[in-house]
Write a protein that binds this ligand. Sequence first.
Ligand SMILES: C[S@@+](CC[C@H](N)C(=O)[O-])C[C@H]1O[C@@H](n2cnc3c(N)ncnc32)[C@H](O)[C@@H]1O
Length: 281
Amino acid sequence: MTTPFLAEEPGYTSSYLGDQHAGQLARLRTLESAFDPLSQSVFEQLVLPARPAILDLGAGAGSLAAWLARRYPDASVTATDIDTRLLMDLPGIHVVAHNVVTDDFPAASFDVVHARALLCHLAEREEILTRAITWLRPGGWLVIEDVSLQPSLSTENPLLRKVAQAGVTLLEQSIGSDMRWADTLPRQLRERGLSNCAHRTLEGRIGDGSAADTFWAATTAQAVPALLKLQLLTQQDLDAMADLRADPGFTEAALTLVSAWGQVPALDRNDAASRELHNEP
Ligand SMILES: C[S@@+](CC[C@H](N)C(=O)[O-])C[C@H]1O[C@@H](n2cnc3c(N)ncnc32)[C@H](O)[C@@H]1O
């Protein structure tokens, strides 16, 4: 797809979702309030070693990394981001400036690699998924969570569908996001040979005053200047959408958070014995 109207290189940091926006921290907090409960419930049912090494990629404002450090006090928690400004002052967390597109970690360094609302925005998402698995130890868990906008793209409400399509087009063109990719996550993990794969989803609704509704509104508000500038929506569309959302009779599923996880197969005894025999790590 060509992007004749975009002067800047596409990418998260230069986009309307980047940290240069005054409201970014507040917007990320709305995302955390909406999604932390599902993420935490996923971690609660994983069996982890006594002192797990946990990596949270693209950790944003860090609420989940902070929760992980509290939940697993003996763990080593590493939180990365391309922009670490919002990760400062988090106790017990190792913060690393790391671009997951270009930077690596040594093989077999972690017991858990987690990423939320990150890979859907990166064009290299499937290659990163494959690389992230190499950073896991045998028996380690890959936990990937991403947002799908499919519910609002397929709604029967024409105004919500129009607003969602405009948002998806903006995200595709300005960042390279794929806002339907999350729906493929369970298959992506199975296809990469992970075992014990499973997934859970959270339906995010709008118009009901929920945490997901607040996140949707904060993200849409941050996108308004770009949506208008690129003529993806008019001010009348935006006003009509605000009226619809405020209508007490209106509520609609707008997004799904898909949380998918799978485990790197543990070395069986024969493999382990053979490695020992050949003095391999
Ligand atoms: C939508 S936020 C999600 C933050 C956090 N994972 C959460 O769910 O609360 C996406 C985050 O990914 C970061 N990010 C974008 N591109 C990245 C890259 N190439 N490498 C590492 N982090 C990146 C952004 O700076 C931002 O903090």
